[in-house]
Structures are given as structure tokens and as C-alpha cells.
Design a protein around this ligand. Structure first.
Ligand SMILES: Cc1cc2nc3c(=O)[nH]c(=O)nc-3n(C[C@H](O)[C@H](O)[C@H](O)COP(=O)(O)O)c2cc1C
Length: 168
């Protein structure tokens, strides 16, 4: 899929079909994660591919706005290393690669931001000193919601802050 098509058409997906995700697709998504840029190429990240239904259900309980993790056939936990100054930025870039690659393969994802991180870390056995950035459920979309964005003229300036780039 063309990169622009994936960027423009990707949506957060919160309902998944019970269909399993093919292993080749998981590997391709992981490769896309691997090639994300990172500050000084430190790659301060680790991933857990979660396929165990019981674990997915347990994790869903830690995320008030991510209960649908329980519905997904697979999820990926993105872990970063706070000893690296840019770990959240680097992990976020990796996650964007993950979400776009999944979409290009016909799969839906959703960034889960709010969760009881200590609880989720303990469920997954993540060491205390590591940061659990997000858990991304992945699955074939059962439903895709519309989305919207601010028009460019509301946030793009020319040369100096506040000077409209788009004047029409
Ligand atoms: C940092 C971050 C945290 C988010 N947390 C959640 C979340 O906890 N639950 C959820 O359903 N969506 C979450 N989202 C998804 C956003 O709600 C979604 O990207 C936004 O509404 C735009 O919709 P779209 O991705 O379909 O274009 C999060 C997105 C980001 C970038």
C-alpha cells in the first residue's frame, strides 16, 4: 500500500473480528517497528507480542478506555527504556510504524494510553525500571469509525507564528 493511502485512511479500530492474525503479518509489523528512527539510533525499545486470551482479558481490565483489548486476537506492548532521554519519542515513532504497517496489511489497531501501568507491567512481568508506553491491540476490523482533523489553515503558519500560510 502506498504510504499516503495508509496515512490518510488509517483509523483507530476498537472492534475486531474473532479471526486470527497470520504470523507473516505479525512478523512484517515487527519488522516495520524495527526500522523506526530513534535518537542516536539507540533503539531504546522492547516489544511483547501477546496472544494469550487470558492475558489479553487481564490487560483489558487495567485500561478503562481500552476494554476492547480483550476482543483482539493479538496485542503488542511497547516498552521503552527511561535511561534514554528520547525514549517516549522513539517509542512513539515505533508505534506509528506499527499502526501504519498493520493498516497496510488490512488490520486495525488503537493506541491505548490510559491504563494502570503498574498493574499491566506486573501482569506482563516487565521490570520496574522500564516504561510501558502503550499496548496496541491488533485485529481485523469489525467496525471502523469516522475520524476528522483540523483544517491546515488552523495550524500552519508562514515564516512566523500566527501568519497564515493558507490565505484563501
Ligand atoms: C497518545 C494517545 C493515546 C490514546 N489513548 C487512547 C485510549 O486509551 N483509548 C482509545 O480508545 N483511543 C486512544 N487513542 C486513540 C485516539 O483517540 C485517536 O487516535 C483519535 O481519536 C483520532 O482518531 P483516528 O486515530 O481514528 O484518526 C489514543 C491516541 C494517542 C495518540
Amino acid at each position: 500500500m502506498d504510504v499516503f493511502k495508509a496515512i490518510f485512511e488509517r483509523r483507530s479500530v476498537r472492534h475486531y473480528l474473532p479471526k486470527p492474525v497470520e504470523e507473516e503479518k505479525i512478523i512484517k509489523i515487527l519488522e516495520a517497528c524495527r526500522w523506526a528512527p530513534s535518537a542516536r539510533n539507540l533503539q531504546p525499545w522492547e516489544l511483547i507480542v501477546i496472544k494469550d486470551k487470558e492475558l489479553l482479558k487481564e490487560l483489558a481490565k487495567t485500561a478503562p478506555y481500552g476494554r476492547f483489548i480483550a476482543e483482539a486476537p493479538v496485542a503488542i506492548a511497547v516498552i521503552t527504556d527511561p535511561s534514554s532521554k528520547w525514549h517516549i519519542v522513539d517509542g512513539s515513532l515505533l508505534t506509528q510504524n506499527l499502526m501504519l504497517a498493520a493498516w497496510a496489511l488490512g488490520l486495525g489497531t488503537c493506541w491505548i494510553g490510559s491504563m494502570d501501568r503498574e498493574k499491566a507491567k506486573s501482569i506482563l512481568g516487565i521490570p520496574k525500571e522500564k516504561h510501558l508506553l502503550t499496548i496496541i491491540p491488533i485485529g481485523y476490523p469489525a467496525k471502523v469509525k469516522e475520524s476528522h482533523r483540523k483544517p491546515l489553515k488552523e495550524f500552519v503558519y508562514l515564516n512566523r507564528y500566527g501568519v497564515q500560510y493558507f490565505t484563501e
